[in-house]
Design a protein around this ligand. Sequence first.
Ligand code: TYD
Ligand code: MG
Length: 466
Amino acid sequence: MAKSHTQYICQDCGYTNPRYLGRCPTCGNWDTMVEERIEKSSPSSAASSARFNATSVPRPIQDIHSDEENRMQLKHQEFSRVLGGGLVPGSINLIGGDPGIGKSTLLLQIALEIAEQEKVLYVSGEESERQIKMRADRLQRDQAGEVSSLPSKLLLVTETNLDAILDHAAEIKPKLLIVDSIQTSYLPQLESSAGSVSQVRECASLLREYAKRTGTSIFLIGHVTKEGNIAGPRVLEHIVDTVLYLEGDRFQAYRLLRSVKNRFGATSEVGVFEMQERGMIEITNPSEAFLAERMINAPGSAIAVTMEGTRPILVEIQGLTNPTTFGNPRRTPNGIEFNRLLLITAVLTRRAGYKLTDQDVFVNVVGGLRISEPAADLAVAAAIASSVKDIPVKADTILIGEIGLSGELRMASRMSDRLGEAAKLGFKSAIIPKRLRSGGITFPKDINVIEVRSLSQALNEALVKK
Ligand code: TYD
Ligand code: MG
């Protein structure tokens, strides 16, 4: 095997040094030097092989097979969809999320499924083989509590040394390799500890090379930082083919698997799961699930239609206002952005005549969903207005639209898809921004579309007349 040694490289300017330096002498930036491993092969070979013995051969584009047709189809439809329609051989996929959200559980379920047919190697640096076995037993239990047999093609090992992991993989030749987690894996050649920027980067690069060379699909589990990014360098996201995030409120059962990068399919595709006794169960009709516990005709509730990837999802937005007892009025959002809530309450006060300056305002998106698109503004405003007036929003009505600073409403994307989903769930009318250009958009016939210009008009239409 080729000998390797390490050096430190500045991430900003590329300056290298055998020792760590706090400040790069070339570009002058602080804390930019990271450890890097260099393979030492025989003296002249590196340059010459790259120059003359290239194994790569340019070919006409029509002669090249894409991996599309070889995608491994999964029984887990939601998971398959987020990947862009099945697992691509030789792909390296990263899945991140808060601790305890269900990453290991979800991937063990995928491992169990694929191991029915193909060899799978599950490498854990966090849990013992016995712990994983216990979880697998739990996942394989059917409704009656009977444990069905575990597939013999699923191999488990507790290992953190990446050299050993690659040796195991070379010997077993699995179709799928799962590394739980990338932050616990380390290369003994590097001085820095497991989880450091350089370790994470080098381990991921080696795994990627292995995936491409052998056609093995790899899943890496990644920890997230307090800010919600995958721990380790941004480069980790560059190294892998797909980046998935498993999101959700720990205290709620729903989990969203979201793709934020996908070299093989559409990004921002979303799969919805529910964490149950027997693992992550797919929710094929999320709108229905999110609306299941809704109290019809209760004030302070409105229905929004939000796009998650290419899929419209109906969610209940709750608003509650209460007179401020002390100091400044509070604005407490759960599931929407704080600044968005400030804007909506300000517009409600200034443009629609709702007095909120002495009211605490709480907003909650039911089911633990996080909405970042402004198309939900109107439903948020309606939920708050409904609470202030103590009048319910019409139960069969959904609201879509972005609110502007003058109290005007703006169109949202993919309106027909959204309206279609609402109609499918039995909603009778939709309050949406007035189309300024009719632009060939057609709306579903089975829902009554009420087009309005302003927030005040929308609220007037939305609230039940006393
Ligand atoms: P886990 O997959 O270990 O999370 P992560 O790998 O993202 O840290 O999930 C742990 C949580 O999931 C734990 O709180 C228990 C719960 N859980 C269930 O509710 N049902 C199940 O069938 C399993 C296996 C776990
Ligand atoms: Mg885990």
